[in-house]
Design a protein around this ligand. Structure first.
Ligand code: PMP
Length: 362
């Protein structure tokens, strides 16, 4: 058995069972005599793998028939450009909610192609809350509204799905909370997520797009950045990220076995609950930087009251097999990413370490 409890924000922990299965199939996938990495993407073996992965994802998220599932590359970052290129059509502007680092990067890139209307921002209080929806200044003629459901760096998560007011399609960067809680896909025009948190290895980006939004790409859109091209080719216009798709398929099967997204959401609630309780009950030794209703259940960001202890905290944690807890350099402090694949034992081990550490250093 491995090893350590890995709290990395991404690439992140994968289910042990999935890694073990991949290991057992490494040299010979299902009697084919080949490793998945060696297979032609158009051969019947890989076609079965990608078909099953899509089928299982559709089942897990109950994706309606009028949505395409695309397995793309370029990371979530490439979506920041693909979105306006493909969805602007004859409109001029888009609406965005600014809740942190990833929202800002999405805004910066979209500005190259569209007028960007920031409908609400929590930058005034350092991205510690999500502005109330009633206060958003929305444009009824926007091509779409973009938001980031979970800010991986700030540890800020939307507790609600915005409304698709005036029929303006909702577009969501779900990179760091995809498959972690139930969402009604039919409320969205497009959902996207880089794989390296809750899906599988980096190198794969999943896009779920409503079919009526396809076919509107700006004429200058590169072929490889056109959703329609990938949709028409069932994500096989060029060579897709075959091995990440295979691992993603194993992760989807693992999720189904554990009770699907509903089951996973209950575990995630429990894990986040334990950790935030430990922070809250530390008499201020640890504190959360985010307003309570918006604290992420995936990326638990916290600080130590005495910042001079943070390096010791990290090195002691590492000695206890609790790794990758350092917060992003933009915000500092600690960040415990507790994605689907983080077992509850890992969170309990962290909580117990935190309590001991606080006792020793109070
Ligand atoms: N959006 C969010 C919410 C993220 O967490 C990340 C990566 N951590 C990105 C976008 C960028 O993803 P990528 O590195 O796959 O381009």
């Amino acid at each position: 058995m491995a090893k350590v409890y890995n709290f990395s924000a991404g690439p992140a922990v994968l289910p042990h069972a999935v890694l073990a299965e991949a290991q057992s199939e490494m040299l010979d996938w299902h009697g084919s005599g080949m490793c998945v990495m060696e297979m032609s993407h158009r051969g019947k073996e890989f076609m079965e793998i990608i078909h099953d992965a899509e089928h299982d994802l559709r089942e897990l998220m109950q994706i309606p028939k009028n949505y395409k599932v695309l397995f793309l590359q370029g990371g979530a970052s490439l979506q920041f450009a693909m979105l306006p290129l493909n969805l602007l059509g004859d409109k001029k502007s888009i609406d965005v909610v600014n809740t942190g680092h990833w929202s800002k990067l999405a805004i910066k890139e979209a500005k190259r192609y569209a007028n960007v209307n920031v409908v609400a921002s929590s930058e005034d209080r350092n991205f510690t809350y999500v502005p109330a929806e009633e206060t958003w200044q929305r444009d009824p003629d926007a091509a779409y509204l973009h938001y980031t459901s979970n800010e991986t760096i700030g540890g800020l998560q939307f507790p609600f799905i915005p409304s698709s007011a005036n029929g303006v399609p909702l577009v969501c960067d779900m990179s760091s909370d995809f498959l972690s809680r139930e969402v009604d896909v039919s409320q969205f025009g497009l959902i996207y997520a880089g794989a390296q948190k809750n899906i599988g290895p980096s190198g794969l980006t999943v896009v779920i797009v409503r079919e009526d939004l396809l076919g509107k790409a700006l004429p200058s859109t590169p072929t490889m950045l056109n959703y329609q091209v990938h949709a028409d080719a069932d994500s096989m216009y060029n060579t897709p990220a075959t091995y990440p798709i295979y691992i993603a398929g194993l992760v989807f099967k693992w999720l189904k076995e554990l009770g699907g997204i509903k089951g996973m959401a209950a575990r995630n609630d429990e894990k986040a609950g334990l950790l935030y309780h430990a922070i809250e009950s530390s008499n201020g030794f640890y504190y959360s930087t985010v307003d309570a209703p918006f604290r992420s259940k995936m990326n638990v960001v916290f600080r130590l009251k005495d910042e001079s202890l943070e390096d010791t905290f990290l090195s002691e944690a590492k000695k206890n097999g609790l790794v990758q807890l350092k917060g992003h350099r933009a915000v500092g402090g600690m960040r415990a990413s507790i994605y689907n694949a983080m077992p509850i034992e890992g969170v309990k081990a962290l909580v117990s370490f935190m309590m001991d550490f606080a006792r020793q250093h109070s």
